[in-house]
Write a protein of this length. Structure first.
Length: 174
């Protein structure tokens, strides 16, 4: 059943098959978690947001409009939950540190310093710039997917990315 389309699985859920939603959870749990973590910078908060996203999606599945991609719909819920959480907690977000096994201690130290600088620079961006950076460069979504998730025009996505990259460049060069 894991190869079935989102639309088919949603029809199964709406038809009373609560177990079908597990496929949706398995399919989107990691990307939603990474998105929430990128926005909030807090592992436990990201886990809670991911769970809340699935709960809201399940509760509102009957109002999902199949004319739009389910992917965009559930990501939008996650982004909204993450931004609300950040505002409510009034915390500065940070990005989770990626670790590789094939590095020397010196190379690991350099990577840590670069990661810390990048994390600080991204954290200082206004939310609307930070969000497009995370979705584009860390979640590797295309412009149209980002536009769908944020409910903005693709030109606005491009403009925000351009501005965000310039702001990051200026922050990193200082």
């Amino acid at each position: 059943m894991t190869q079935d389309s989102d639309e088919y699985i949603i029809k199964q859920c709406l038809g009373g098959d609560a177990n079908a939603f597990r496929v949706i959870i398995e399919r989107y749990q990691l990307p939603l978690y990474r998105t929430a973590l990128g926005i909030t910078g807090l592992q436990q908060e990201a886990e809670d947001i991911t769970q809340n996203t699935f709960l809201k999606a399940w509760e509102k599945l009957d109002i999902y409009n199949p004319e739009y991609k389910f992917f965009s719909w559930i990501y939008r819920i996650c982004v909204n939950e993450s931004l609300n959480s950040t505002r409510n907690l009034n915390k500065i977000s940070s990005l989770e540190e990626e670790q590789t096994e094939d590095t020397t201690p010196h190379l690991e130290l350099v990577k840590d310093e670069e990661h810390t600088l990048l994390k600080k620079a991204v954290d200082q961006l206004p939310e609307h710039y930070k969000t497009v950076i995370i979705l584009r460069h860390f979640e590797e979504l295309n412009y149209q997917e980002i536009a769908d998730i944020l409910q903005i025009k693709t030109d606005t996505v491009k403009s925000r990315l351009f501005t965000a990259r310039n702001l990051l460049k200026d922050k990193l060069l200082d």
